[in-house]
Design a protein around this ligand. Structure first.
Ligand code: F6P
Length: 341
């Protein structure tokens, strides 16, 4: 019987288990067995895998995280690791490999497809919705809903105490979560990485609200937002990414207090946005993605990634997805700015 391998790599997010469950179900229909690779690409380096079947994937649809575990590996991998991955894929008789992940996971998959002709199919996961080539990457809807609920909760305490509340959300390179949760949560200022913000503009918006008798305000910022004149680059060489978590929220809060005198607090939502139950939309999308990925295995569309276009399942070359980050919708950003005072 032919075998499909599946791995989940990089940051986890709600919806990963929906994909795994759907892959197993569709693989069964198509006459494949599924091998689950443990802890992302690391499982192929270490030859750590097990069969995943209906029994193992039963009851996981509503569970966050990933039953396969994950790890962060940053491309390009060294030759020794790439060789081991190729060797273990063959040794385990995998006829195809479904790699579920974001930019880094997919880039490694693309390297293996190009340099070793490995039969890799990608599934887009990006909690910050930053992958190109697809309208949507699962995990994002859940994160937006969690962030919105948190903003609602912080709204009431901000109002009671007449404070400015700065809320920092996920989004290293793109501001999708800040934008959508900010609009849904009625934020008064939204800062995103795509458009650097002037601290003077933030403070003017807050002062204008105070003039109108509004003695509290909500500022939502992406972790990767840029404040003109300030540099916050904390390079995490090991992970190959710059991590700003907690820094920009603090910076904005301090500057607001300094320049306006308004009492300000900061809340960094961080990993809360990545945990727990997936929304119905992420469960459905994850299920559609898993089904489509197995169809692509059957059609041998290796080197391609499942994608969603106009709510239809499609596929694109992996290179298209990882070439550049998908920036926020400018029209939506302009709309959000109309509420900035
Ligand atoms: O990519 C999602 C993300 O949550 C980033 O926004 C954040 O900087 C990073 O992952 C945190 O990574 P880790 O799981 O390694 O702490």
């Amino acid at each position: 019987m032919q075998k499909i391998g599946i791995l989940t790599g990089g940051a986890d997010c709600p919806g990963l288990n929906s994909v795994i469950r759907a892959v197993v179900r569709k693989a069964m229909i198509e006459g494949y067995v599924v091998t689950g690779v443990k802890n992302g690409w690391m499982g192929l380096v270490e030859n750590d895998m097990r069969v995943v079947d209906l029994r193992l994937t039963s009851g996981i649809l509503d569970r966050g995280g990933t039953i396969l575990g994950t790890s962060r590996l940053v491309p390009p991998l060294d030759i020794a690791k790439m060789d081991l991955i190729a060797e273990n894929l063959k040794r385990n008789g995998l006829d195809a490999l479904i790699a579920v992940g974001g930019e880094n996971t997919l880039k490694i998959g693309l390297d293996l497809y190009r340099q070793y002709s490995l039969p890799v199919i990608g599934v887009p996961k990006s909690i910050d919705n930053a992958l190109s080539g697809t309208d949507y990457a699962f995990g994002f809807d859940t994160a937006v809903n969690i962030a919105t609920e948190c903003i609602d909760r912080l709204h009431t305490t901000a109002e009671s105490h007449h404070r400015i509340m700065v809320i920092e959300v996920i989004g290293r390179y793109t501001g999708w979560i800040a934008l959508e949760a900010g609009i849904a949560g009625g934020a008064h200022v939204i800062c995103v990485p795509e458009f650097p913000t002037k601290i003077d503009d933030i403070c003017s918006a807050l002062k204008a609200r105070h003039k109108r008798g509004k003695t509290f305000s909500i500022v939502v910022t992406s972790e990767g937002a840029k404040i003109e004149g300030y540099t916050l680059s904390i390079k995490d060489e090991e992970r190959g990414n710059s991590h700003h978590v907690g820094k920009v929220g603090e910076l904005i809060a301090n500057l607001i207090e300094e320049q306006t005198g308004y009492e300000t607090r900061v809340s960094v939502l961080g990993h809360i946005q990545r945990g727990g139950t997936p929304t119905a939309y992420d469960r459905i999308t994850g299920t559609r993605f898993g089904f489509k990925a197995v169809e692509m295995v059957v059609e041998k569309r290796f080197g391609e990634m499942v994608s969603l276009h106009d709510n239809k399942m499609r596929s694109v070359k992996i290179e298209e997805a990882v070439r550049q980050h998908k920036k926020i919708d400018e029209e939506l950003f302009k709309l959000a700015q109309a509420f900035a005072s």
